[in-house]
Write a protein that binds this ligand. Structure first.
Ligand SMILES: C[S@@+](CC[C@H](N)C(=O)[O-])C[C@H]1O[C@@H](n2cnc3c(N)ncnc32)[C@H](O)[C@@H]1O
Length: 311
């Protein structure tokens, strides 16, 4: 397993979120687009625990299909295991616990009121809930229906849109700001396409802030202990991490980009890179999250947060 803020969730135990099954409503005023690459059931019926982990190419369509299937099957476990850390209405950038309340990467306190903000790969939309509490007008987008059902379960007094971040169903210049905490970008084969789409839907003067696994982590085993401290593969090997079923169909995909690749993706999409934040592991955080741990966090960065401005 490679370390995304996702697969690092641990073993599925079949546990389910209790309560009534929520239904995604179409009251947002936004039309959800079709998602290229087929349906969730096309993605393979096996959980990742049964899958074989390998490094091989994965096309954009295969990656999208695998992500939707994996997140639909694993959203319950993800939210039940990590919901407390994420908080129902906190905006956390990664396993280190860097909180937008303190970091203010989207803008200073008070500057979010009245702003249209798009959250990409929102999951249960915890970040959007925090944005709404600041007076912003968030729209939470995710590929996974089940993740968005969790957003409804917690409560989402803002639009939820089920769509692929590579094909945003919004008109040009619809938003003042966009954000993504480990959403979509680590999982797509063409992150440049997502960045171009985000730039298109932002107004001039807009900002996009997104976090991903720090690229250096790809050179190390995805283990929280000392075994995760020795280089095991080439940082320069961009071959995707793929889990596939017995028929060779991808059920989970992550794509590696080096730091330089990420900078080129941002600049190539027409953004100005204003900051690159590498959150340090804080003393208060004693929790592991998959391969992220206090031990490794004290020595190597685990998350990279890109602050991108649209002039
Ligand atoms: C690691 S979770 C992060 C969710 C949330 N931001 C959080 O912090 O908990 C990644 C999310 O990205 C979504 N995702 C993956 N690929 C996507 C795509 N192509 N378009 C939109 N969302 C995608 C997944 O469904 C999942 O909810």
């Amino acid at each position: 397993m490679k370390d995304s803020w996702s697969r690092r969730g641990g073993r599925a135990d079949g546990s389910k979120i209790s309560g009534e099954e929520p239904v995604i409503q179409e009251s947002s005023g936004f039309q959800a687009t079709g998602v290229p690459g087929g349906t969730a059931s096309d993605a393979g019926s096996h959980d990742a625990e049964d899958a074989e982990a390998t490094r091989r190419d994965a096309s954009p369509a295969e990656s999208t299909r695998a992500s939707r299937g994996w997140w639909d099957r694993n959203a319950d476990e993800y939210q039940s295991e990590h919901g407390a850390f994420l908080g129902d209405d906190r905006f956390v950038w990664g396993p280190e616990g860097l909180d937008e309340e303190d970091a203010r990467l989207l803008g200073p306190a008070g500057a979010l009121a009245g702003r249209d903000v798009l959250e990409i790969g929102a999951g249960a939309a915890q970040c959007s809930r925090w944005l709404a509490a600041q007076g912003a007008r968030p729209v939470a987008l995710d590929l996974s229906h089940r993740q968005l059902q969790h957003a409804l379960r917690i409560g989402a007094p803002f639009p939820l849109v089920e769509a692929d971040a590579s094909v945003l169903p919004f008109a040009d210049g619809s938003f003042d700001l966009a954000c993504s905490a480990y959403g979509a970008i680590p999982f797509v084969a063409d992150p440049g396409q997502v960045l171009r789409e985000v730039r298109r839907v932002l107004r001039p003067g807009g900002r996009f802030v997104f976090s991903v696994t720090h690229p250096i982590r790809w050179a190390f085993p995805d283990e929280p202990g000392p075994e995760g401290l020795s280089v095991a593969s080439s940082y320069f090997d961009r071959t995707p991490y793929v889990e596939q079923d017995e028929r060779g169909r991808a059920v989970y995909v992550e794509h590696h980009r080096t730091l330089g690749d990420r900078v080129r993706d941002v600049v190539g999409a027409g953004f100005r890179l204003t900051d690159l934040v590498e959150p340090e592991w804080p003393v208060w955080n004693d929790s592991d999250w998959g391969g992220w741990s206090p031990l490794r966090g004290a020595l190597i960065p685990g998350t990279a947060v890109f602050v991108c401005d649209r002039d």
